[in-house]
Ligand binder design. Structure first.
Ligand SMILES: *Cc1c(COP(=O)(O)O)cnc(C)c1O
Length: 417
């Protein structure tokens, strides 16, 4: 990696490991390498740090430490909650939404192929859910409702407290994927009333490859990974001690940063969004303005393709994304944006900027300085632009190919300059 500075606006994809976190992990990568399950001092000492971390993370979401199961990632947490609900109830129906992370969308598709019935609830144009529709979708054979707390692509927040209340009234288990939430909103599992909640450490300045599943006391949980008696028999496999310790430190930081940092990040996000929308014509915000995470903005740039914008941004060192990192690389438009009713064409022109605690005013100035000329340049060569002279007898496939060729040229120029 070069020492070149990156301007990072992709914090919903992953976050930088906080120096405090890597520092807290260090001793567990060097001297404290004992197995926490071992009875002797050298192991027991390590076990104590695992339990300290568990207590810190439990405090972050107002849970009891006994309600926390460490997993390998947010994806495992989501899959295992749904898996447990299906086998513990013996029921065959799962309700989720059309805008979930691919962790749920693709698990739902997988379950369908295994003979389960999965409902993907639609959303309104502002990304919100119709709770009456949710209520009507719950059936006697529904095992679980799994609905994300906040959307990774648009930041739109779902009313989990109300959703959990509906589930309780119908006697159905309720899971929420809260991976995008810590450090941005206060999470209180006692108020939320969910049975299961997923988190992933790498979205809150800790390493990738560690997550957790909160399981409410007295909610039945059947393990997904079966082996040793780790995690009170709820997840086999020797604990990932350094990462668990890092996750614990990150949980403390997330609580510390919740107020002041969040206010600062929101102000940066708002300045970025307002400036783009007011100075670049034919741009639109996707998703509710108010009911949204403070760090996320998802913007439609008409007549250009996000892939092109991202390439040119990358050329000047700006990291952003279209849709979720997991679907980047495919030409399919975002399933979240199309579920919100965007045409595939408009959905292909959307870019997500997700900010974090390490973003500065200078970063936003840099992005604002580059984004407008990049959009203008791409629009000038875009056959999707109605002002383009070649717009008559418009052939979408030919246009796309030409567009890509023009882009390659534009990129070459950019590199040469
Ligand atoms: C990142 C993310 C996940 C997946 O977490 P991993 O730890 O990468 O498996 C799940 N849900 C949401 C909303 C996410 O943003």
């Amino acid at each position: 990696m070069s020492q070149r500075k990156f301007y990072y606006f992709d914090n919903n994809a992953t976050t930088r490991i906080a120096p405090e976190v890597s520092q807290a992990m260090q001793p567990f990568l060097t001297e404290f390498w004992g197995n926490p399950s071992s009875a002797y001092q050298f192991g027991a000492q390590v076990q104590k740090h695992v339990e300290d971390a568990r207590a810190k993370i439990a405090a972050l979401i107002n849970a009891d430490p006994k309600e926390i199961i460490f997993t390998s990632c947010g994806t495992e947490s989501n899959n295992s909650a749904i898996h447990s609900a299906l086998i513990s109830t013996g029921k065959k129906h799962v309700i989720t939404t059309a805008v979930e992370h691919s962790a749920n969308i693709n698990y739902g598709e997988f379950l369908r192929k295994q003979g389960y019935d999965v409902t993907f609830l639609p959303v309104e144009p502002d990304g919100s859910l119709d709770l009456h529709l949710l209520e009507k979708s719950i059936r006697p054979d529904t095992a679980i409702v799994s609905i994300m707390y906040a959307n990774n692509e648009t930041g739109v927040i779902f009313p989990i407290e109300e959703i959990a209340a509906i589930c309780r009234s119908k006697g159905v288990l309720c899971h929420t994927d809260a991976v995008q939430v810590p450090g941005k909103l206060k999470i209180d599992v006692k108020n939320l009333g969910v049975d299961f909640l997923s988190l992933s450490a790498h979205k809150l300045h800790a390493p990738k490859g560690i997550g957790l599943l909160y399981v409410k006391r007295r909610t039945k949980y059947l393990p997904y990974i079966i082996g040793g008696h780790q995690e009170r028999g709820k997840r086999g496999g020797t604990e990932n001690v350094p990462y668990i310790v890092g996750f614990g430190r990150a949980a403390d930081l997330a609580t510390e940063f919740l107020h002041d940092e969040n206010t600062r990040v929101r102000a940066l996000r708002d300045r970025l969004e307002n400036t783009i929308l007011s100075t670049i014509p034919n741009t639109f915000r996707n998703g509710s303005k108010e009911n949204r995470l403070p760090n996320t903005t998802n913007i439609a740039f008409e007549f250009v393709e996000a892939e092109a914008i991202l390439l040119l941004l990358d050329g000047v060192g700006i990291c952003a994304s279209s849709g979720s990192a997991c679907t980047t690389g495919s030409l399919d438009p975002s399933h979240v944006l199309t579920a919100m009713g965007l045409t595939p064409m408009r959905a292909r022109g959307c870019v997500r900027f997700s900010l974090g605690i390490y973003n500065t005013d200078e970063d936003v100035d840099f992005l604002l300085k580059h984004i407008k000329p990049i959009i203008e340049r791409l629009r000038a060569i875009s056959p999707l632009n109605p002002e383009h002279p070649d717009n008559t007898n418009y052939d979408i496939d030919a246009a796309r190919i030409k567009h890509e060729q023009d882009l390659a040229e534009a990129l070459k120029d950019e590199k040469a300059a």
